[in-house]
Design a protein around this ligand. Structure first.
Ligand code: 5GP
Length: 114
């Protein structure tokens, strides 16, 4: 039993609405959605923050984006547009310390973000 919430979702100890999975990546709906489409794309490998990313993780991070690209297309937001966000540490609002990409779509987003 791990104390990393997202590892528990990977191991199915905690249920989630999984929308995509491959050998390296899992994607599931955010429990507190900030847009009509709000999916979290995570590596199965536990990495706490972007600050902990190593050169050997570069391909893995690319796979997060490829998964987001596919999910956006599958969910029908690719043409209209979508937002991808990764929060790093407290000032950015990171609350779960297993890196994750937020894929947000289905509404208009403002820029700059708040
Ligand atoms: P962060 O603030 O770390 O960038 O994002 C963490 C995200 O995880 C938040 O958007 C939050 O709603 C989501 N989250 C937290 N706990 C759970 C959970 O148990 N299940 C799911 N599906 N999402 C969660």
């Amino acid at each position: 039993m791990s104390d990393n919430l997202f590892l528990k979702i990977i191991s199915r100890e905690i249920p989630a609405e999984i929308v995509y999975e491959n050998d390296d990546v899992l994607a599931f709906t955010d429990v507190n959605p900030q847009a009509p489409l709000h999916v979290l794309v995570i590596p199965k490998k536990p990495i706490r923050t972007i600050n902990d990313m190593q050169p050997q993780d570069a391909e893995l991070f690319g796979k997060l984006f490829l998964a987001a690209q596919k999910i956006a297309a599958d969910q029908g937001v690719a043409e209209d547009g979508y937002r991808v966000v990764m929060n790093c540490n407290a000032a950015a609002g990171q609350t779960v310390f297993h890196v994750h990409l937020h894929l947000l779509g289905g509404r208009q987003f403002s820029w700059p973000p708040g």
